[in-house]
Design a binder for this molecule. Structure first.
Ligand code: NCD
Length: 309
């Protein structure tokens, strides 16, 4: 059951109990994440951050988490600054970095890259997003945020809206919510609905999500609204992107129809899918959600590397 030494490539690599373990420890780590208390739990440990795709929150919150735990990190923050531009393979890069670090955090534009890295690394590999695949650490902080802000996960109607086809945060989150007994509603233009693979995965676990294309049809029933960005960079054809660009938007007019205590989340970055006016409502929790990346990633690092407070 212990997470020590484990790879975290897909959210399915974790059991429900292990996800709960991360959330429980994250809760205890909040004062450390804020810098109100200090710890040397990860003193002497080094994390190797390999970011081959742009990242703000994921990279900075992993770094902040490791530093708050008294550890250090080495990193490739831009693919152009590494030997990858000379043609080095991911397998070789990983075999090198495992000699420089105790765990590897990888973000990569290709689906399956983290699984490949885990195959070549004897050190734990944490997937920080692989193409349109999975983003399990985002899911851990999303689950933590739902638990904190909505008071529970089981029984809550979580509406996931946006680019469910290419959005890796949506894929991981849907599977984890299924494990915890949330009700699932997926809203997307038909071209961007949830992939068959994720729907089959849910179905085999006995979960039947409701599928819609218009947010107006479901907003009044939502307990949590999880908004995602259209993943423009993953569209093979720009004209396909233009067909769906701007096809949904959350603004105050839409929220008139919503429950008073609706929790609105977004993994960020947003483009135009949430109007800035929504930031000033009680419902907006996406900046709190972004902060939660620090205690949750601290918890995961401690459990994977085996540290104590
Ligand atoms: C997401 C990602 O990279 O998948 N961002 C993040 O990690 N918070 C979402 C996105 O890019 O739209």
């Amino acid at each position: 059951m212990s997470l020590k030494g484990k790879d975290v490539v897909s959210i399915r690599d974790l059991s429900r109990e292990q996800i709960e373990q991360v959330m429980d420890l994250a809760q205890k780590l909040v004062p450390y994440a804020k810098g109100e208390m200090t710890t040397k739990a990860m003193e002497g440990k080094i994390m190797g951050n390999l970011f081959f795709e742009p990242s703000t929150r994921t990279r900075l919150s992993f770094e902040s988490a490791m530093v708050r735990l008294g550890g250090r990190f080495v990193e490739i923050a831009h693919p152009t600054s590494s030997s990858v531009v000379k043609g080095e393979t991911l397998a070789d890069t990983v075999r090198m970095v495992e000699g420089y670090a105790d765990a590897i955090v990888l973000r990569h534009p290709h689906e399956g890259a983290a699984r490949l890295a885990a195959k070549y690394s004897s050190k734990p590999v944490i997937n920080a997003g692989d193409g349109a695949g999975q983003h399990p650490t985002q899911t851990l902080l999303d689950m933590f945020t739902i638990q904190q802000e909505a008071g529970a996960i089981a029984g809550k109607n979580v509406v996931i809206v946006g680019d469910l086809k290419y959005g890796r945060t949506a894929h991981s989150l849907a599977e984890a919510l299924g494990m915890f007994g949330a009700e699932l509603t997926f809203v997307a233009p038909p071209l961007l609905q949830m992939p068959k693979e994720t729907l089959n995965q849910l179905e085999s676990a006995g979960i039947k999500p409701k599928l819609f294309s218009d947010l107006k049809d479901v907003i009044s029933e939502a307990d949590v609204l999880y908004v995602t960005r259209i993943q423009r960079e993953r569209f093979p054809d720009p004209s396909e992107y233009l067909k769906v660009a701007g096809s949904y938007r959350v603004d105050n007019a839409l929220l008139h129809e919503a429950k008073k205590d609706l929790v609105i989340m977004h993994p960020l970055p947003r483009v135009d899918e949430i109007a800035p006016e929504v930031d000033y409502t009680e419902n907006a929790r996406y900046f709190q959600q972004a902060f939660n990346g620090v205690p949750v990633r601290m918890a995961l690092i401690m459990l994977v590397l085996g540290g104590e407070l």
